[in-house]
Design a protein around this ligand. Structure first.
Ligand code: C2E
Ligand code: CA
Ligand code: CA
Ligand code: CA
Length: 278
């Protein structure tokens, strides 16, 4: 399990080129995947730079297809969004993440946040807020340990709906991050009109940070502005100690990337956590 990651599955190479029939077939398989237990939530740690302590993890969806093996999320999320299956997927992810969070708490790891990716298509889902409230009620997880990651593109499309939703999240005590910051069109001035708690700088700026003076300038200034807006800053895609050092110089709060760990199945993540905390 999980060992097949990175394996070649040419059939999924160009999901954008799938015809309507193939896309619908995949969407149906995706729905069945939920019931057949083919989906799994992996965890990637997020670490406080100042103290080297664990802030939490981002949960990332994995699909083990019975025929094709591992299908990367980049390939199936788009199809799920285009066919509307995404809503069901997201609800499965939320409920699974809450279960994992409870297991962490039961194991005495009580201050660990879990970050969940929310699609733009989920914002306008009927009863989304109710479903989250219910999942909270059933699982009894502390809302302050939950973080929802929204991409910039969400904001441009449905500002009013999003604004209402975010007010409700804030009242419930749930945190919200801007994901992939810098890849969309919205500005920080625009983002600051919504009650975000956190900003995630996209990995395209972070990966080569130590060799690119241009990206360094962008990241440094983004962090400074985000801090002035009282946003916590996360850098994703940290692969080297040189990049980590640059992020330290810039005053980045939280780091995430292969340098610390790749995303792991939950059971392996628990082992990783124990080792890290030794
Ligand atoms: P994302 O939200 O930007 O997630 C970060 C991606 O960067 C993950 O890819 C992660 O494995 C990868 N990554 C982490 N550290 C490094 C690093 O140091 N270097 C490099 N090169 N990459 C790194 P992954 O897991 O393949 O997910 C791809 C995208 O699929 C995610 O991008 C997110 O947009 C989407 N996705 C994944 N899980 C879910 C989900 O549960 N729901 C939704 N709506 N989207 C999801
Ligand atoms: Ca994310
Ligand atoms: Ca991201
Ligand atoms: Ca992304």
């Amino acid at each position: 399990k999980g060992k097949r990651e990175g394996a070649d599955i040419c059939i999924f190479e160009d999901s954008e080129d799938f015809n309507v029939t193939q896309r619908l077939a995949l969407a149906t398989q995706l729905q069945q995947a939920i019931r057949n237990n083919e989906l799994e939530l992996y965890h990637q740690p997020q670490i406080h730079l100042a103290t080297n302590t664990i802030a939490g993890s981002e949960v990332l969806l994995r699909w083990n297809h019975p025929e094709f093996g591992f299908v990367p999320p980049d390939k199936f999320i788009r199809i799920a969004e285009d066919t509307g299956v995404i809503n069901e997927l997201t609800l499965w992810v939320i409920n699974s993440a809450f279960k994992h969070l409870n297991e962490l708490i039961n194991q005495g790891i009580s201050n660990h946040k879990v970050s969940i990716n929310i699609s733009g298509k989920d914002i306008s889902m009927r009863g989304f807020l109710n479903k989250i409230s219910m999942a909270l009620e059933v699982s009894q997880v502390p809302p302050e340990l939950i973080n929802l990651e929204l991409t910039e593109s969400v904001m441009v499309s449905d500002f009013k709906i999003l604004s209402e939703l975010m007010k409700a999240f804030a009242n419930m005590g749930i945190n919200v991050s801007v994901d992939d910051y810098g890849t969309g069109y919205s500005s920080l001035a625009y983002i600051s009109q919504l009650p975000f708690n956190e900003l995630k700088i996209d990995k395209s700026f972070v990966l080569n940070l130590s060799e690119s003076p241009r990206n360094y300038t962008i990241v440094k200034n983004t962090i400074e502005m985000a801090k002035n807006l009282h946003l916590c800053v996360v850098a994703e895609g940290v692969e080297t100690s040189a990049v980590e050092q640059k992020l330290r110089d810039c005053g980045c709060d939280i780091v995430q990337g292969y340098y610390y760990s790749k995303p792991l199945p939950f059971s392996e993540y628990l082992i990783w956590l124990r080792k890290y905390q030794e």
